[in-house]
Design a protein around this ligand. Structure first.
Ligand SMILES: NC(=O)c1ccc[n+]([C@@H]2O[C@H](COP(=O)([O-])OP(=O)(O)OC[C@H]3O[C@@H](n4cnc5c(N)ncnc54)[C@H](OP(=O)(O)O)[C@@H]3O)[C@@H](O)[C@H]2O)c1
Length: 380
């Protein structure tokens, strides 16, 4: 541990396979509530003694009991006494009164001996729980043994640190990296299973963003259809500066059913009133894309923004390093036409060092297509 500006900076503890297993288990529980807990983080918790599971729980929905209290309750329901046990949490236990009392109080009262957590809570009010536990004589350790558990809190930590929502982009491309033909045809590059996957991704987002070019070319509906449970009704967001989209576009025509937002440099008065308009400053490319992303956090309280735009918006986002996560849907086809549209355009990148970089998380085949899941590359 070291001190930084009055706040304690945690140094990861060298933990072993047991911590990795327990934290991954806690993360898998937490994942069940993704889309239900935001703007809170998804958190899972597992309580063990000598490798034996005593109890487990997760934060189920915004405002409900936190994972630590759920796990302690589960432990007692199963007839176990948590005294002397080890608690594994995906996020540092909170130490403040919010919608729920501090988790540190519950842990201290329970008599547990050790708390292992996969991520430090950066919140000004909620963070610092580890120090509170240590003061009460509980061993509190940061463990990076489970990447799944550590990265689970990325969107929450990102928003607390930067004020920006987490941006995940999805695009479908051919093997030669084209997302539409030279005439703008892109429906459909991938097969039906992959397209269903897109609906599931939408069902977790707070906002689905496209640029004017995609509205004009595809007239998309951007809703989550054929999904077992839509957790969040995402607002459809159009980014444009030139008032080029038709007021009769499907997104505007259905704005009374599904929230629709125009992020623009100047208000339009030819759109239905139910289309919310957010005015932000312009930039060389049109709308200042960073201000647009910030506005979705500030005005819509969006935590997760899914981008389904074309190459111009994607190029602007990559230029400003605003893509946190990408889902590239690769189809087994080749256009081989230099006039076909590339996935991202509009940047000056003469050197390889100018490339936006990502690291591969997972490659998942779906019928003949493959979903390549990436995260922003961070220097080790
Ligand atoms: N395969 C796929 O996954 C996929 C996905 C989406 C789209 N597409 C294809 O992509 C093509 C459309 O490409 P596109 O590049 O025109 O679509 P786009 O990126 O969705 O929209 C670009 C437009 O957004 C507006 N804009 C506002 N601020 C901007 C900024 N900061 N940076 C960039 N653009 C900004 C501009 O229009 P204003 O001048 O009006 O502001 C710009 O022309 C279509 O053929 C569509 O089928 C394919």
């Amino acid at each position: 541990m070291s001190e930084r500006g009055g706040q304690t900076e945690e140094v990861p503890h060298p933990s072993g396979a047991r911590a990795a297993r327990a934290l991954a288990r806690a993360a898998r529980l937490a994942i069940r509530a993704l889309g239900d807990v935001e703007p809170n983080p998804a958190v899972g918790c597992v309580i063990e003694r000598d490798g034996q599971l005593l109890g487990a729980g997760h934060h189920r929905r915004f405002g409900s009991a936190h994972a630590e209290r759920e796990a302690l309750g589960d432990c007692r329901r199963r007839g176990h006494d948590p005294r002397g046990a080890t608690v594994y949490c995906t996020l540092e236990p909170c130490c403040h009164h919010g919608k729920q009392p501090p988790c540190t109080d519950a842990l201290i009262e329970s008599g547990v001996a050790r708390v292992v957590f996969a991520r430090t809570d950066p919140g000004r009010a909620s963070g610092g729980g580890a120090a509170v536990l240590r003061k009460a004589g509980i061993r509190a350790e940061l463990s990076l043994a489970s990447p799944l558990a550590t990265h689970l809190s990325d969107p929450f930590v990102h928003r607390v640190r930067t004020g920006k929502p987490w941006v995940f982009a999805k695009w479908a491309q051919t093997l030669d990296g084209r997302i539409a033909t030279r005439t703008g045809e892109s429906q459909w590059i991938t097969g039906p299973l992959m397209r269903r996957r897109v609906h599931r991704l939408r069902s977790r987002a707070d906002a689905v963003l496209v640029g004017a070019g995609t509205v004009i070319a595809d007239d998309p509906s951007l809703t989550a259809r054929d999904v077992r449970r839509v957790r969040r009704l995402a607002a459809r967001v159009v980014v444009e500066s030139g008032a080029r989209t038709s007021p009769r576009a499907g997104l505007y025509a259905t704005a009374h059913e599904t929230p629709t937002v125009l992020v623009t440099t100047g208000r339009r008065n030819d759109l239905p009133e139910c289309v919310r308009q957010i005015v932000v400053p312009g930039s060389g490319d049109g709308v200042d894309i960073e201000r647009a992303v910030l506005a979705l956090g500030d005005e819509l309280d969006a935590c997760l923004v899914m981008v389904e735009a074309g190459p111009r918006i994607l190029g602007s986002l990559i230029e400003r390093d605003l893509i946190d996560e990408a889902f590239v849907h690769l189809a087994p086809s080749v256009l081989g036409d230099s006039e076909a549209l590339a996935a991202a355009v509009g940047r000056d990148a003469p050197r390889l060092a100018d490339a936006g970089r990502f690291r591969l998380v997972r490659a998942k085949p779906l019928a003949d297509d493959i979903e390549l899941h990436y995260r922003r590359f961070v220097e080790p």
